[in-house]
Ligand binder design. Structure first.
Ligand SMILES: NC(=O)C1=CN([C@@H]2O[C@H](COP(=O)(O)OP(=O)(O)OC[C@H]3O[C@@H](n4cnc5c(N)ncnc54)[C@H](O)[C@@H]3O)[C@@H](O)[C@H]2O)C=CC1
Ligand SMILES: NCC(=O)COP(=O)(O)O
Length: 350
């Protein structure tokens, strides 16, 4: 059996990330060789609380040591930035803010240097990072934007996959008031294109995609907004041109009222939905699959998946966190790594 190394940044040490990371790594498919990037003492406690044998964890300091991890062993990346003292559950301080960003960068480096095939990220607090004072932390608004900037990605698309919903977003983390101007034909086209690419990677030869409207009732003939005519329809046209130029078969329908697009997808009429903004996508995903939905970043030169949930400060350290989201994130990373392999380290757009 060929095994696939997955680097996992465990998220905020004051949140539920370390708990869900150790549980998910302990339950991961045999093909996944997990390397947790975080604070060793925090992970040891999370494992002990979860009754996972300490013997299953091994500190690894380089690629050969990672390769030597036996089935059932979980790597803990030795060079990880360590905490000076254990983080307080539910109350991240500046150090907790700084290390969670450092761990994302360290896990990413394992992927870009070829040691790992995919990056899986645990939940971070954007606020704790942005206010930590750490280098490069100011203005942090999410992994998606951070990884795009760090990797110099020309295009990046946030997507989610839940039970019977797969959706890609046209805009990511920005105030709602700024969404209408960010919904441009180019951005619509980019999301359509990458959603089709994702669905094809998941085995759909000719995906059927619905493109959601921005306004109620798809603008009601212009009475309730014009973005459907000025931006979304031209965006769909551009996407169709780009997809056919790349030789990809797909059907793009829309703009459709968002409520209809998601309802029909859940009923099986579409394989994916392009959503215009964050909560338009996350509400249906969390309704059908909270706890097990996965966030996947498209357009990066590396594979990156994540839990869909946040830091769960209200339940951190209580043993209540559901690890299924992290398990799904590991599962999807493994699946994509098997399909895309090293090709993902080169520009994938066409
Ligand atoms: N992938 C990431 O890095 C993400 C980070 N966040 C960040 O997390 C922070 C908190 O965000 P919130 O909106 O409060 O969302 P949240 O997901 O942290 O919490 C919402 C509610 O769901 C519960 N919950 C979350 N995950 C759970 C799990 N695995 N098992 C059981 N219950 C769970 C929490 O206890 C809370 O009651 C914010 O700073 C946000 O930016 C939010 C979403 C994703
Ligand atoms: N709801 C998704 C979220 O906030 C996490 O985004 P990102 O950190 O993956 O960019």
């Amino acid at each position: 059996m060929k095994r696939v190394t997955i680097a996992v940044s465990v998220g905020c040490p004051s949140g539920i990330g370390p708990e869900v990371a150790v549980h998910a790594a302990a339950n991961a498919e045999a093909e996944a060789r997990c390397v947790l990037v975080g604070d060793a003492e925090t992970l040891r406690r999370a494992a002990h609380d979860g009754k996972i044998a300490a013997a299953r964890f091994r500190v690894v300091k380089n690629a050969p040591e990672i390769e030597s991890l036996a089935l059932g062993e979980i790597g803990v990346w030795g060079p990880s930035t360590q905490l000076s003292s254990l983080a307080r559950p539910g109350a991240p301080d500046r150090e907790a803010g700084a290390v969670q960003l450092a761990w994302v960068n360290e896990a990413l480096a394992l992927v870009t240097d070829g040691t790992a095939a995919a990056l899986v990220t645990g939940p971070v607090s954007k606020f704790a990072i942005a206010t930590s004072g750490a280098r490069g932390a100011k203005g942090f608004s999410g992994h998606t934007e951070h990884l795009a900037a760090r990797l110099g990605a020309r295009e990046v698309v946030m997507a989610f996959r839940a039970a019977n919903i797969t959706t890609a977003l046209v805009t990511t983390h920005l105030p709602l008031a700024e969404v209408p101007t960010a919904v441009t034909p180019e951005a619509v086209s980019t999301s359509c294109y990458w959603l089709v690419r994702l669905l094809r990677s998941l085995g759909m030869e000719a995906p059927r995609v619905a493109v959601a409207a921005l306004n109620p009732h798809a603008g009601e003939g212009g009475m309730l907004g014009i973005e459907e005519e000025t931006c979304i329809k031209p965006g769909i046209e551009r996407a169709n041109e780009r997809l056919s130029a790349g030789g990809f078969s797909a059907t793009l329908a829309g703009p459709l009222g968002a409520e209809t697009a998601f309802r029909k997808q859940a009923a099986g009429a579409f394989d994916g939905v392009v959503a215009m903004y964050h909560d338009q996508a996350t509400i249906p995903c969390k309704l059908v699959g909270f706890g097990e939905a996965v966030n996947v970043t498209l357009g990066l030169p590396v594979i990156r998946t994540s839990v869909d949930h946040g830091t769960g400060y209200d339940i951190a350290g209580m043993g209540k966190a559901d690890p299924r989201g992290m398990e799904s994130a590991l599962g999807l990373a493994l699946r994509l790594a098997k399909v895309e392999g090293r090709a993902s380290l080169t520009a994938r757009a066409s």
